[in-house]
Design a protein around this ligand. Structure first.
Ligand SMILES: CC(C)(COP(=O)(O)OP(=O)(O)OC[C@H]1O[C@@H](n2cnc3c(N)ncnc32)[C@H](O)[C@@H]1OP(=O)(O)O)[C@@H](O)C(=O)NCCC(=O)NCCS
Length: 179
């Protein structure tokens, strides 16, 4: 297994993992192209230096996509998709100054629990540090206990709890200051 920088040619493999591992209410999503553009492809298109893959025997088994600049990423995403998402700045407000980067990580189910996620996080953090970025955040559904433990173990702490409308649970924003 190796961790390497993502390349444009990896895009389809990342989209497959992204779509095939969705859970819960996301299983109802039918617009695969829109879904994967939102969660993976726009990062690969615009911030490829901050995206990494785990590869085993020439097969991509997991990825981390990230951006050093959340406001820029959201603007580029909106310009291309026309979809006006709730901007992170309206949720995190001035916390975004401390944690300007964000990430999404996903592994195929057979890859989980073997330290691969930790290696992907480390690769991304090294790149962010090298680029002078001082903090990174993410959002995780409060009921995703495995991911929550994973982020805690990797040094992230809760910086904001956003309760969603209509009993949809809550999103925990977690942040880490990079040395
Ligand atoms: C969350 C995810 C990226 C973690 O990656 P991973 O390679 O499985 O995690 P690691 O093997 O590096 O584990 C590191 C730590 O995470 C926690 N962890 C990992 N799997 C766990 C599990 N099944 N139960 C409880 N804690 C777990 C542990 O603290 C672990 O440390 P330990 O090995 O010393 O106990 C991966 O499980 C995944 O892709 N999940 C599905 C997608 C997802 O939920 N993404 C996050 C959305 S916000």
């Amino acid at each position: 297994m190796i961790i390497r920088n993502a390349e444009i040619k990896d895009r389809e493999s990342l989209e497959e993992i992204c779509f095939n591992t969705r859970t819960g209410s996301l299983l109802n999503v039918e617009d695969k192209k829109g879904f994967t553009y939102r969660w993976v492809t726009n990062y690969v298109e615009n911030f490829i230096d901050f995206c990494f893959v785990a590869e085993d025997n020439n097969e991509i088994i997991g990825y981390i996509v990230s951006t050093p600049n959340t406001e820029k990423q959201e603007e580029l995403y909106y310009n291309k998709s026309g979809i006006n998402i709730i901007r992170t700045i309206t949720v995190l407000e001035n916390l975004l100054e401390e944690y300007p980067a964000h990430l999404h990580i996903n592994l195929t189910s057979k890859t989980r629990g073997k330290g691969v996620g930790t290696k992907l996080i480390e690769s991304m953090e090294n790149k962010l540090i090298e680029s002078g970025i001082k903090g990174v955040h993410l959002g995780v559904m409060a009921d995703n206990e495995i991911a929550f433990s994973f982020y805690k173990k990797n040094g992230f702490n809760v910086i904001k709890n956003q309760i969603l409308d209509n009993n949809q649970g809550s999103v925990l924003f977690m942040g880490k200051i990079l040395a």
